[in-house]
Design a protein around this ligand. Structure first.
Ligand code: C2E
Ligand code: MG
Ligand code: MG
Length: 762
């Protein structure tokens, strides 16, 4: 490249040299026209002009048809021109050196000297060219001078020789300077071009890459953005340049924007709400610091791409992998994952969960007789109904043809209540599927068989649990469809009994199966029977005697407690009023205690019910005591308090039953207007052996007395318990030691015979 450039410069200076040469030749010819043979002169002149012309033509060709030859060739052509030209001048000492005429000799020598001096610059590009020209020009002159054989010419020859040496030396220097300068200029130009090109390249990359790029300063002000950045933010350039990113609404990316100022790269991948277009997109952004020469961070570059499409596709693929394509509810894969998560939770925290395996009865018939189209629509509708029937924390999945599974988490830590909840959900599912399906003009009646499996310590994995539920489902299918079976036998028995109790209890009042028994409440100091607690008893034809601890919770869950509670309240109060009439002399007997469940208490009509009973029976309101449990506190404390205050206004007494078994703190207790506190029988049970229990009883008694509450100790069965519990002087006791709960007839006999005194204590 560099040589090429030198060659072209050589050619460039050729035009001027040729003019010089022709001018010199012309001048020489004119000056010497009378001194030299004309033919010779003209021949020489024509030769010089012809050579110059040829060189001129070569110059023209070089400039117009450069591609004809390679650079080396052009250089050779040029050198040939130089040689020819030098030769044409090399002959002049033998043509124009006029012997004896010193003046002409001088003129001639001066012209040659001028010509050779000019050659130094004109041919400076290539040392060979200068040297060949100088030697060809001056050596013949030297010869000619030496041939003159005079002393002057000898000196002159010496001078010319020195001049030649000088010229050779100077031309060498000059050539070196020239080529050095040319080379560095060339290198400079080359570098400049490269730089320009790379700058253009980067600029074009910055502008055209399909990735958003933006520069910002340390104050988070945007300095420059590229086209793609503008494009995907859908904001005009004028809006973006100068934008203060501290003020953007979606602050999620700000830490990433600031990361470069701590000299680290920032990275963010996630959702982003664009400021100008206010649309939600997904972005992937990297930020890196920009530093100055002193290595100080002066800003940052952000590279950001819109990955919304990728995420959408990803989500779509994930959805397809985890959801059933027909019903758009989770599929088996997703269900197994969820179940396995629940198994981990159970193993860690004992949190129970279960699965309900459901298979539509006779679905195959519908599919075969009405076609798959109807079958598909039925499945879609089933999925919808199931999704509506469950709680939001439950998951319903389709795991095969007409098989659905509901995963029910958060069932607490107790197996029986957990099983009850599962049974409820299964019941709801039966109900929702039993409603007629209207599909394409067909009214379809569908039922389902359900199998339930609860997690337990032996559960290994999701497949295990599903297999059990499947077995249970199969069992219920065998038993006649539209039924539910538990995999665990004991759960099955329990749930069946629970259902039996509920069903039988529904009819208990009508069938006159309920009875109220009474247990005396006795005063420690006097041994007098001060009242009785009404305790419900139930004897059923099918189930035999069922105890309140079992049937009361079921009555509460099913809502049956409302009717039953009302029945107990009026019965007990009427009986009490009858006893008061029958035994007016037993003046200590002035209290009937009735248990009220929280569900019953919270019912809107409860207050009116109590007022009613008081009015109708004629009982003195302060002879009635309602026993509430601590569970009452769980509900809205303010409204509970208001209702209690209203009861107190009526004159009714309120006791807190089974105290110490719940979670209530004494401070809560203080907020509620109780009159009596009943210490739970569990404290009494081993009071003679357990000093802690004794301590507890004495503390509760002290506190209760401070709160002005009367205290009843429950569950006093033995003499020892009687002695120990009496230590702290609570007012009252209740327990088998005095009497078990007995029928109203037995209680009447007891009152009559003992005259209202517990004879055990005398
Ligand atoms: P509770 O209100 O704490 O009633 C006292 C329970 O302790 C009664 O059980 C009673 O028989 C038993 N008991 C009394 N003395 C002793 C004793 O010395 N030793 C032992 N081990 N037990 C004794 P019961 O009758 O089985 O009633 C159980 C629970 O059922 C009652 O506990 C009460 O919470 C509930 N309940 C009973 N009847 C009704 C009712 O009509 N309505 C409501 N809502 N709940 C009732
Ligand atoms: Mg009670
Ligand atoms: Mg109690």
């Amino acid at each position: 490249m560099y040589i090429k450039r030198l060659i072209s410069e050589t050619y460039e200076s050729l035009r001027l040299s040729l003019i010089g040469i022709v001018a010199n030749a012309t001048a020489l010819s004119i000056i010497f026209q009378d001194k030299v043979d004309n033919t010779l002169l003209v021949s020489w002149y024509i030769t010089v002009v012809m050579i110059s012309l040829m060189r001129f033509i070569s110059l023209q060709l070089f400039q117009t048809r450069n591609h004809y030859f390679t650079s080396e060739k052009w250089s050779d052509i040029f050198t040939l021109g130089v040689i020819l030209s030098a030769l044409s001048w090399g002959v002049t000492p033998f043509v124009f050196f006029i012997p004896g005429d010193y003046l002409y000799q001088m003129v001639f020598i001066i012209i040659l000297a001028g010509l050779s001096a000019g050659a130094i610059t004109a041919l400076a590009q290539f040392l060979f060219n200068v040297h060949i020209f100088l030697i060809a020009l001056i050596v013949p002159l030297l010869l000619q001078l030496l041939l003159q054989h005079t002393t002057v010419h000898l000196y002159l020859a010496l001078l010319v020789f020195l001049y030649l040496v000088l010229l050779l030396y100077v031309s060498k220097k000059f050539n070196k300077n020239y080529t050095d300068t040319a080379r560095s200029y060339f290198l400079f130009e080359q570098k400049r071009d490269e730089l320009l090109k790379s700058e253009q390249k980067y600029e074009s990359i910055f502008k055209n890459v399909p990735i958003g790029i933006f520069f910002y300063d340390t104050k988070l002000i945007i300095q420059e953005v590229n086209q793609e950045f503008i494009h995907f933010l859908e904001a005009p350039r004028e809006f973006l340049i100068g934008l203060d990113m501290n003020l953007i609404k979606d602050q999620r990316i700000v830490p990433t924007l600031k990361a470069p100022f701590d000299d680290i790269q920032g990275f963010y991948e996630g959702e982003y709400r664009t400021l100008y277009a206010t649309k939600d997109i997904w972005i992937s952004m990297t930020t890196s610091p920009i530093k100055n020469a002193d290595n100080e961070v002066i800003g940052a570059i952000g590279i950001v791409s819109d990955i919304t499409q990728r995420i959408l596709i990803q989500q779509h693929v994930e959805h397809q992998a985890n959801y059933d394509s027909l019903t758009d509810i989770p599929n088996r894969i997703s269900l197994l994952k969820d179940i396995n998560k629940e198994i981990i939770r159970f193993k860690r925290h004992g949190q129970l969960f279960g699965v309900i395996f459901l298979d539509l009865d006779r679905f195959k018939n519908i599919n075969d007789s009405l076609g798959h189209g109807i079958g598909d629509k039925l499945l879609i509708e089933t999925a919808k109904r199931l999704s509506n029937a469950i709680r939001k924390e439950d998951t319903v999945a389709r795991i095969g043809g007409d098989e659905f599974v509901v995963l029910v988490p958060d069932l607490g830590t107790q197996e029986r209540p957990a099983a009850t909840k599962m049974e409820h959900i299964a019941h709801k599912i039966h109900e929702t599927l039993n409603t007629v399906f209207e599909i394409d003009g067909y009214s379809l009646n569908i039922s389902s068989s359900i199998g339930i499996s609860l997690v337990n310590d032996d559960t290994e994995d999701a497949d295990d649990l599903l297999k059990h539920a499947d077995i249970a489902m199969y069992q219920s299918k065998k038993e006649g469809r539209n039924t539910t079976r538990f995999y665990q036998n004991e759960m099955d028995i329990w749930v069946k009994r629970r259902l039996d109790i509920e069903n039988e209890l529904r009819l208990a009042i009508q069938r006159d199966e309920l009875e109220v028994h009474y247990q005396p409440i006795v005063e420690f100091s006097t041994s007098g029977v001060v009242g009785a607690e009404a305790l419900l008893r139930w004897k059923n034809g099918k189930l035999g005697e069922v105890f309140p601890d079992e049937f009361i919770p079921i009555a509460e869950e099913s809502g049956l407690i409302l009717g039953i509670g009302e029945w107990v309240l009026s019965n007990a109060v009427e009986q009490f009023v009858a006893w008061q009439k029958q035994f007016p002399h037993i003046t200590s007997f002035k209290k009937i205690a009735v248990n009220v469940s929280t569900y019953q208490f919270n019912n809107k009509t409860f207050l009116a019910q109590v007022e009613n009973v008081i009015r109708q029976s004629g009982i003195k309101a302060n002879n009635l005591e309602l026993e509430l449990t601590e569970s009452i506190i769980v509900t809205d404390i303010e409204s509970v308090r208001n209702k209690m205050l209203k009861l107190r206004e009526l004159g009714v007494n309120l006791s807190i039953d089974d105290f110490g078994t719940g979670y209530s703190s004494l401070s809560y207790l203080k907020m509620l207007p109780f009159t009596t506190l009943k210490i739970d029988k569990s404290f009494t049970q081993d009071v003679q052996d357990n000093t802690d229990d004794r301590e507890l009883i004495s503390t509760i008694v002290t506190i209760a007395q401070n709160f002005n509450l009367e205290v009843v100790i429950e569950g006093v069965e033995t003499y020892e318990q009687y002695i120990f519990t009496n230590e702290k002087k609570p007012q009252y006791m209740q327990g088998y030691y005095c009497s078990r709960p007995v029928s109203k007839e037995q209680f009447t006999v007891m009152l009559d015979s003992s005259n209202g005194v517990c004879d055990k204590l005398i």
